[in-house]
Design a protein around this ligand. Structure first.
Ligand code: UD1
Length: 431
C-alpha cells in the first residue's frame, strides 16, 4: 500500500503534456470487440482502468498488446460473451462492454454493476434502450442474461437524461444491428464523438455526434481501424487546478481548448489568466483566487461533474464564499469530509456545497474516497502548509497517469511512499 505525500506551498510552473482521455479509451477499447480485423489505438494512458479493460478483452478471447501508449486489439476469433463479476466490480464502466458483446455475438452475460463510490448508478436507460432493439434481458442472482433471439433491430430511442454510458452502449449495439437507430437526447460529450470517429474509421455509419440526435445506420461488419484518442479534459482541469491553487504558471500541452470552455470560464472567474500559447493553453494564477458565486455541474458543454472536486479545492482557499451545485451524481461529496481535515470550510446540503474560502489550508492525513475526490485532496495538499499524507491512492491510479511525477516536474514536492514509512513520519510530525 502506498500513500501520496505532499509538502505544500510550492508554486507550480513549467509545461505538462495532458494524457489521453480515460473516458474515451474505455468505450473505444470495448468497441474494438466489434471489429473483424486488428485495431491499433494510440494515446492510451497507463491507468488501472485501461488495464482492466484489456483484461476483459483478453477474457473475451481477444489478443491484446501494449507498446508505450499504443494498444493493439485483435478480436477476430473472440467468442466469449460473459464478463465475470470480479472484473465488472473492478470498473463500473465495464457496462459499456454490454453493447459491444451484444453487437458482435447477439448475447451477453454480465453481473449487474450496482452502486459505486458516487452513489447508486442505475443502468435502466441502457437496458430500456436495448430492449427496444430486440434484446431480451433476464436478471438472476445479480447477473444480467441478455439475448437477441430475433437479431438486433434498429429503433428510435429517447433518453430521459443524456446519459454518457447509455448513449455509448446504444451506439455499440446499433452499429451492427439491422436498420437505423436514432438516439434523441443523446449525450454530447466529446468522448461520444471520439467513439463515433473510431467506429466510423472501422466502417460504421454514425452521424450527428456532438448534437443531441445521433443516427446510426447498421452495417454488416466492421474491419479494423487505427485511432488516436482525444486528450483528457478532466486531467487538463486538474493540472489547471494545481497551477491555480499554488499561484502558479503552467502551460498545458496536448489539450483541446474547445472541450475546456466551461472549465476555463471557471478558472477565469477565479481570477486566472488563460491564454493560448504555442501548442497549448497557459494558465497564470493570481496570488489569491477569487470566489465563484455559483457554479453548477451539468451535462456537456456545461461544467463537468468530474472537474467539481478539483475546483472545490481551489474554492476552499479562494477569497470569499462560493456555492457549488452538483447536478449529476447525488453522492459525489464524500471527499469533502476529507478536505475538511485540511481545514477547508465547506457545508453540504443535498446537492449544494457552500465553500467559505480560508486563507490557508494545513497538511493532514486523509484518504481518497473516489478518483476525482482523490485528485482534489492532492490539489488541496499542494496549497496546504506542511505535509499531507493521502491514502487509498489506488483510486487516483484509475484515472491519472504518473500523476506525482508530472506534478513533481512542475515543482511540487510530492512522492509516493510506502504506507508504513509515510504514516510513521507523519506521526512524528504530529507529535
Ligand atoms: C460517464 C463518465 C463519468 C462522468 C459521467 C457524467 C465514463 C467511463 N464515465 O459516466 O466519468 O462523471 O459520465 O459526465 O465515461 N443514470 C441513470 N440511469 C442510467 C444511466 C445513468 O439514472 O441508465 C444517471 C446516473 O445515475 C447519473 C447520471 O444519469 O446520475 C449521469 O450518468 P451517465 O451520464 O450515464 O454517467 P456514466 O456514463 O456512468
Amino acid at each position: 500500500m502506498t500513500d501520496l505525500v505532499v509538502e505544500g506551498g510550492k508554486r507550480l510552473h513549467g509545461t505538462v503534456a495532458v494524457q489521453g482521455a480515460k473516458n474515451s479509451v474505455l468505450p473505444i477499447l470495448a468497441a474494438t470487440f466489434l471489429c473483424d480485423k486488428p485495431c491499433v489505438i494510440h494515446n492510451c494512458p497507463e491507468l488501472s482502468d485501461v488495464e482492466t479493460c484489456l483484461r476483459i478483452l483478453a477474457h473475451l478471447g481477444c489478443s491484446c498488446f501494449r507498446e508505450g501508449d499504443t494498444v493493439g486489439v485483435d478480436a477476430s476469433g473472440a467468442e466469449h460473451y460473459e464478463i465475470p463479476e470480479k472484473l465488472m466490480r473492478e470498473m463500473r464502466s465495464s457496462v459499456v462492454f454490454l453493447g459491444a458483446i451484444l453487437g458482435k455475438l447477439g448475447r451477453a452475460v454480465i453481473s449487474s454493476p450496482g452502486g459505486c463510490e458516487l452513489g447508486p448508478r442505475p443502468i435502466d436507460l441502457h437496458l430500456d434502450a436495448l430492449k427496444k432493439m430486440g434484446v431480451e434481458i433476464e436478471e438472476d442472482h445479480g447477473y444480467l442474461y441478455c439475448t437477441a433471439p430475433n437479431g438486433l433491430k434498429g429503433n428510435t430511442v429517447s433518453l430521459s437524461f443524456p446519459s454518457v454510458g447509455a448513449t455509448e452502449n446504444i451506439m455499440l449495439t446499433a452499429t451492427l444491428a439491422d436498420g437505423k437507430t436514432v438516439i434523441h437526447n443523446a449525450a454530447k460529450e466529446p468522448e461520444i464523438s471520439d467513439l463515433a470517429d473510431f467506429l466510423n474509421k472501422a466502417g460504421a455509419r454514425i452521424y450527428g455526434c456532438g448534437s443531441d440526435t445521433v443516427e446510426i445506420y447498421g452495417v454488416p461488419r466492421l474491419h479494423g481501424a487505427e485511432h488516436a484518442v482525444i486528450s483528457d479534459r478532466i486531467v487538463a482541469a486538474t493540472y489547471m487546478a494545481a497551477a491555480a491553487v499554488t499561484g502558479g504558471d503552467v502551460l498545458l500541452e496536448h489539450v483541446m481548448p474547445p472541450h475546456l470552455i466551461a472549465v476555463c470560464a471557471a478558472f477565469s472567474d477565479m481570477g486566472c489568466k488563460i491564454t493560448p500559447d504555442g501548442k497549448g493553453l497557459r494558465l497564470t494564477a493570481p496570488t489569491r483566487l477569487q470566489r465563484i458565486p455559483t457554479l453548477r455541474s451539468l451535462a456537456y458543454p456545461a461544467f463537468p461533474t468530474d472537474a467539481g472536486p478539483v475546483i472545490m479545492s481551489c474554492l476552499s482557499v479562494a477569497k470569499g464564499t462560493s456555492c457549488f451545485v452538483e447536478n449529476i451524481f447525488q453522492n459525489r461529496y464524500r471527499y469533502i469530509d476529507e478536505l475538511k481535515r485540511l481545514g477547508a470550510k465547506i457545508k453540504v446540503e443535498d446537492r449544494v456545497a457552500i465553500v467559505e474560502g480560508v486563507s490557508r489550508l494545513s497538511g493532514a492525513c486523509c484518504e481518497c474516497t473516489d478518483l476525482r475526490g482523490g485528485a482534489a485532496l492532492v490539489i488541496a495538499g499542494l496549497a496546504a502548509e506542511g505535509q499531507t499524507v493521502i491514502g487509498k491512492t489506488e483510486h487516483i491510479c484509475r484515472g491519472y497517469e504518473k500523476f506525482e511525477k508530472y506534478l513533481a516536474r512542475l515543482g511540487a514536492d510530492i512522492s509516493l511512499k510506502d504506507q508504513e514509512e509515510s504514516r510513521e513520519n507523519s506521526g512524528k510530525a504530529d507529535g
